[in-house]
Design a binder for this molecule. Structure first.
Ligand SMILES: C[S@@+](CC[C@H](N)C(=O)[O-])C[C@H]1O[C@@H](n2cnc3c(N)ncnc32)[C@H](O)[C@@H]1O
Length: 175
């Protein structure tokens, strides 16, 4: 997929959740990360973000939704566990997107939801961890990018396994 994406969190209270999200965002090639009215400290975030994403990516800290400024044409996509949200496997990701996730306790605020062009949900039975939800959205974006083409219809031939007589028994534990 051409384009770019950013990802961030609203009203998060555990910096390590944001750190974990930013680390994954860095790994997936995000162009920017952000917080909205959130409690975040770099020191605590880096306990989860060993990639030190904030040294590699632009980081925006907005106090409220009215401060949020996105590049022209970049769509704000809410990620929230709502009945009316579009299910992620049916969603066509915009080429330029900023994904926003909600706090550990609660949901995206009405003000943020009102600014979102789309709201998507991951088809789970109940809410999952916010950093994990962000990871699934980013993975889905990569999957739907057609970068890897179609999956083969026939399962690939398995790698050659060693013959059973070549197997070496594991050493016995002294206990
Ligand atoms: C742990 S959830 C919020 C907790 C939840 N509202 C509760 O108290 O039961 C934190 C955030 O993760 C995201 N999230 C978690 N599971 C999700 C899902 N299945 N679909 C979409 N977003 C999800 C949303 O952004 C949500 O605001």
């Amino acid at each position: 997929m051409r384009g770019y994406f950013g990802i961030g969190v609203e009203r998060i209270s555990k910096p390590m959740n944001a750190g974990s999200l930013f680390r994954t965002a860095n790994a997936f090639g995000a162009s920017f990360v952000f917080t909205l009215n959130a409690y975040y400290t770099v020191r605590q975030g880096n306990m989860a973000d060993t990639s030190h994403a904030l040294n590699a990516l632009p980081f925006f800290e907005w106090d409220n939704i009215d401060d949020l400024i996105l590049p022209r044409g970049c769509r704000l996509v809410g990620v929230e566990f709502l009945d009316e949200a579009i299910e992620l496997p049916r969603y066509r990701h915009p080429s330029a997107a900023a994904y926003v996730l909600g706090p550990e306790k609660g949901s995206l605020s009405d003000q943020v939801l009102a600014r979102c062009h789309d709201v998507i949900k991951i088809p789970t039975r109940f809410c999952i961890n916010v950093a994990l939800a962000g990871a699934l959205v980013m993975y889905d974006r990569v999957l739907s990018s057609n970068r890897f083409g179609e999956r083969p219809v026939v399962p690939p031939v398995p790698a050659k396994l060693p013959k059973s007589e070549d197997w070496v028994a594991p050493a016995k534990s002294p206990h």
